[in-house]
Ligand binder design. Structure first.
Ligand code: DAH
Length: 342
């Protein structure tokens, strides 16, 4: 019987040497060491031996069993290692390989680009940049800037009246920020406030219910019309180049006196006259004027001591001129074919 154990030992060693994966090894383990395996089979046969024989064979059997278990452990370690090496090889990543350049993730809306450019310019001249509510009270949008209820000037702007107790409107212009800024920051004051405005328009290539403006206010002692022109010229030259001129012509706005309509030299034809400027050589881009005493008063500013000017740029219009956009409705449409061009 001893021989049979030794034979089994050899058999196991040979079989196990061929094994390359853990599954096959497990099968062999069942075959040899399992409850009904070959080892158990031999052990069972030992019951037919005499006590003396069983003692001798038992020693060998235990030795062989220990050896077989040892061999299985060893092989298991070896197969496992080989497995890991294989996996490391298959999953190998070259971290030094140059990356695939990212595709475009997006870009800033052209209105945002021009707005940020103007914010930088005004900040460099010491202006605050203020944010204001789009849903505004009737008071700040109209009454505070010298347009009391039932005033005919309200007809200049088709308004979305939201109503409610506060008499809310969607602000029709950023001039709604004039008196807010005076009340919040006091004087002297230098601020710009860009933002969305809304009008109840029948839309076409030049009219849209949602558009952007940029308001500016400067108030201090001794501010006069020359300051107004100087600041607006600096802006125009920054936007359209050093040889750009500014032309101011009288126009009525209720919140300023005198009020002007501001034009800049057409950047396309340099003032010669073309399709863009409708042969006039000038492009209308802002309204401005000296702040009306009634407006200063609403802002708590003493108009016998302080004076100031205000201006309002059509930000959307600047963008359309800059990029040659011929239909204002593209700007709010969210059409990627349009937006991807910026
Ligand atoms: N709020 C005016 C508009 O929307 C633009 C404007 C004109 C603003 C004259 C001003 C100004 O500050 O002084 O048409």
């Amino acid at each position: 019987m001893q021989d049979e154990f030794l034979k089994l030992n050899q058999e196991v060693t040979d079989a196990v040497a061929q094994v390359t994966d853990l599954e096959a090894l497990e099968k062999l383990r069942v075959e040899f060491l399992g409850r009904k395996g070959k080892m158990a089979e031999l052990m069972k046969q030992m019951s037919g031996l005499s006590d003396e024989e069983r003692r001798v064979v038992g020693v060998v059997a235990n030795q062989v069993k220990g050896q077989i278990e040892g061999v299985f452990g060893e092989v298991e370690g070896r197969v496992h290692k080989a497995h890991e090496a294989q996996r490391a090889h298959e999953e190998w990543v070259d971290v030094t390989e140059p990356s695939i350049p990212p595709t475009r993730f997006g870009s800033l809306h052209p209105v945002t680009q021009v707005r940020e450019e103007l914010e930088d310019l005004f900040t460099s001249m010491g202006f605050l940049v203020l944010d204001g509510p789009e849903l505004e009270s009737d008071y700040y949008n109209f009454t505070a800037v010298n347009v009391p209820p039932a005033h005919p000037a309200r007809d200049m702007q088709d308004t979305f009246y939201v109503g409610g107790q506060q008499n809310r409107v969607m602000r029709t212009h950023t001039s709604s920020m004039q008196v807010r800024a005076m009340k919040t920051h006091g004087v002297p004051l230098r601020m710009v406030s860009p933002g969305r405005c809304f009008r109840n328009e029948a839309t076409d290539v030049r009219h849209e219910h949602t558009f952007h403006q940029l308001e500016g206010v400067v108030i201090d002692r001794g501010i006069h019309f020359g300051h107004l022109k100087g600041v607006l010229e600096a802006v125009a030259k920054h936007l359209y180049g050093e040889d750009t001129e500014v032309r101011l012509r009288p126009k009525f706005y209720p919140f300023v006196e005198p009020g002007v309509n501001g034009e800049v030299t057409c950047f396309l034809c340099k003032g010669k006259g073309c399709r863009l400027c409708k042969k006039t050589g000038w492009l209308e881009v802002f309204g401005a004027g000296m702040i009306h005493p009634n407006v200063l008063k609403e802002g708590g500013v003493d108009s016998s001591d302080y004076s100031g000017f205000a201006f309002g740029f059509g930000l959307t219009r600047l963008v359309m001129l800059k990029y040659g956009i011929d239909d204002i409705r593209h700007l709010e449409a969210g059409d990627l074919r349009f937006l991807k061009q910026f």
